[in-house]
Design a protein around this ligand. Structure first.
Ligand code: B12
Ligand code: SF4
Ligand code: SF4
Length: 243
């Protein structure tokens, strides 16, 4: 069965340098709302380098459009994949890039800025990357320059790589220094540390609202400077800083 699922994914997801995917064992890690599901498929779609490079100076309309387009693309991709996988008799639950009110959105959200499902966790359990100092998923292949979507399944997929349980940021502090909100403390992530111990989501949200209001009238929360500056997304972390 695993081979058939791999075949389906390989047909739908081109090996074109713009995608990553993997399998994650999520046993014991999911919110009770996802009862019956134990494993997940993570899919990442790379973000265009020229647009991301421009975000070093702050967010702009090109990044906003890319963000929306990538969400729509990934939503279609995971919906098609889940339907093919269900054809094999495996139940699949689509989790789109942004949270859905009836599925993963939490009623406590405005108080906690946390939802019931973490795409980044599926990514680390699939061994495709780690959590960086500003709480982004840092994929080995594209750094943080990607958006994520997931499919939960009720089938025991064997992960294709070992899960990552700690940060590989080392001494690099580039995103911490670049963040206009001062949202990150610089502490390294591991699976036992809570988000709030190293990154302040409220400071980030507030700053992203301020920056977005400079070029959008609506109440958006777009920043992404931490994505743009990370060296793993450009050429890779220099070995000297990686100790
Ligand atoms: C709520 C939310 C926000 C909030 C809070 C952000 C936050 N970091 O918590 C606000 C509004 C501030 C925000 C801002 C942004 N967001 Co946002 N956001 C989300 C959303 C909808 C839910 C995240 C959530 O619930 N966080 C709560 C914490 C507790 O969970 P978490 O941060 O996902 O991950 C933790 C755990 O997974 C844990 N973990 C990881 N592996 C493992 C393994 C084990 C065993 C254990 C125990 C734990 C563990 O490590 C993390 C520690 O914080 C996700 C989509 C989703 N459903 O995942 C997008 C998402 C995280 N956002 C994303 C992006 C891009 C942004 C922005 C850049 C917005 C923008 N476009 O400009 C900024 C960047 C902020 C930042 N530096 O993180 C991307 C991240 C892509 C990436 N490379 O990481 C996501 C995944 C959307 C997507 N589909 O791609 N966001
Ligand atoms: S999105 Fe902007 S404000 Fe939020 S952590 Fe990244 S750089 Fe800081
Ligand atoms: S900029 Fe440096 S510290 Fe920040 S996530 Fe990337 S590698 Fe880690």
């Amino acid at each position: 069965m695993q081979d058939k699922i791999v075949e389906i994914i390989s047909k739908r997801i081109p090996d074109d340098g713009w995608h990553i995917w993997g399998f994650a064992d999520l046993s014991g890690l999911l919110h009770e709302r996802f009862k019956g599901y134990s494993h997940g498929i993570t899919i990442g779609k790379r973000l265009d380098d020229a647009i991301m490079d421009s975000v070093v100076k702050g967010p702009n309309i090109q990044y906003y459009d890319l963000y929306k387009q990538t969400n729509a693309y990934l939503s279609d991709l995971v919906t098609g994949l889940a339907s093919d996988i269900e054809g094999l008799g495996v139940k699949g639950l689509v989790i789109r890039p942004n949270s859905s009110p009836d599925l993963d959105r939490s009623p406590d959200y405005s108080r906690t800025l946390r939802h019931r499902f973490s795409h980044k966790m599926v990514g680390t359990r699939a061994g495709l990357g780690w959590i960086g100092k500003t709480d982004l998923f840092i994929s080995r292949k594209f750094g943080p320059r990607l958006r994520l979507a997931s499919i939960l399944v009720d089938y025991h997929l064997r992960p294709l790589a070992s899960p990552l349980e700690k940060s590989l940021c080392g001494k690099c502090n580039i995103c911490v220094d670049a963040c206009p909100a001062g949202a990150a403390s610089g502490k390294l992530w591991n699976t036992r540390i809570d988000r709030d111990e190293f990154y302040d989501a409220f400071k980030c949200q507030q700053k992203a609202k301020e920056l977005s209001s400079e070029w959008r009238k609506q109440d958006d929360e777009i920043c992404g400077i931490c994505i743009a500056v990370c060296p793993v997304g450009k050429k890779g972390l220099p070995e000297s800083k990686h100790s």
